[in-house]
Design a protein around this ligand. Sequence first.
Ligand code: SAH
Ligand code: SF4
Ligand code: F3S
Length: 471
Amino acid sequence: MTAPRRFYLHSYGCQMNKLDSELVASRLLHAGLEPAATEHEADVVLLNTCSVRQHAEDRVWSRLGRLRIRKRAEPGLVVGLLGCMAEEHQRHVQARMPHVDLIVGPSAFGDIDAKVQAALERNAARAAEAVLAQRDAPGAGILAVGQGVSGDTIVRNVRTRPHRSQAYVSVMRGCNMPCSYCIVPLTRGDEVSRPIADIRAEVERLVGDGVTEVTLLGQTVNAYGRDLGPGVTLAVLLRTLHEIPELRRIAFITSHPNFLSRELIDAIAELPRVARYLHLPAQSGSNAMLKSMRRGYTRERYLARVAELRARAPDVELHSDFIVGYPGESDADFAATATLMEEVRFAQSYVFQYSPRPGTHAAAELADDVPRAEKERRNQVLLAIQERICREHHAALLGTVVEVLVEGPSPRIAGRMTGRSVHHRIVHFPADDAALVGTYMPVRITSAGAHCLVGELLPENHHAETGVARA
Ligand code: SAH
Ligand code: SF4
Ligand code: F3S
């Protein structure tokens, strides 16, 4: 009997990309492959890729280059390019990287195990032939391309989870928004929502398996259900999942400002076990930029949504994404973004430098005219503002007790464990007890930096002031 084949899978993208990786990994495990500890021990190397910015793609091109060298020595090795780049660059990869055996876009993962097995068999045959004939293996063919959407690619039976209590659940895929700069609608296709009953059944299965925190995923998760007809909304989905008593936290990312409805705000305000943070990317604070970005709202409208949310649910914190150096962004436009950040006082922001994506409206029509150094400068300015705001938020938490879902040992400091508050803040505390992983513990905050909180563990029955489910 031959030894099981081993696979190595690296995820480069967003949460959805990581969830896809779980799906792929679970299919491969099911098919009898085993995970390899390192890329070098693997018979199958799979890169699940992202196209959202050039930098993400550059990393993959260089890794593929290194794999090409390895494959000359090991013709049996299977190299697979998965995810958004596979969808985007199918032909280009075939031409530039002929050693890639598999090119599979995000909507074609349903039979990934069969695709990998077939590639292994083909390559094994080719490797034998190479030994016999003492010549290089011929260029590998392409097995499959990410077309032909099948509904079951977003339904999983088996899953591998980072922590036994946490799971991501994809509630929709694709994106129908017209954001000028963004490649996601091209790589992920049209919005398709899963029926509520399917999602509930999956969440119940997960709960049966020990999950107590779910994060619902969608590129515009609060537009959930609009393809399924009236009455199917994220608010209704949240209320349905909230009926599952064992679920202690229900989070969802990412929300689009245009779909932050009154109905959704009410659900967030009324459902105590819905996580107390909302990822609501503003992208810019300048109306001229927002218009050119085709975001469909103004600064004033964004602020009005935030005010309405805060009036109903004052304990909910806001997270944002910002793009700096978008075409035509003047000093005044940028200053408007900085003041928006100050005005909303986000708990967390991701800042991205504009990167033109081939095939998008902005790349075709608008010159990438903000110099690289200026993009970098604006990036740093926003990060510094956000950091100061984070420090101020964190300082205000000193002495309070927060409920922490314990995720595991701190990756950096021995003797410390790490978890997340109901606001998604990272909290470290001295402890070294594997039995704590997956439990919800009260922690008193004793010190605070810009990026995390540090505290001391309290007895389990201690009442937490923040983040306790008021069931
Ligand atoms: N669907 C989510 C996230 C999409 S991608 C949303 O709409 O918010 C994550 C973030 O990447 C975006 O919010 C945006 O800030 C950033 N982004 C997308 N395309 C980009 C580009 N071409 N250049 C720089 N940043 C980009
Ligand atoms: Fe991209 Fe806009 Fe869709 Fe988000 S909403 S994925 S930024 S097109
Ligand atoms: Fe990247 Fe695709 Fe996600 S482009 S951000 S991996 S949807």
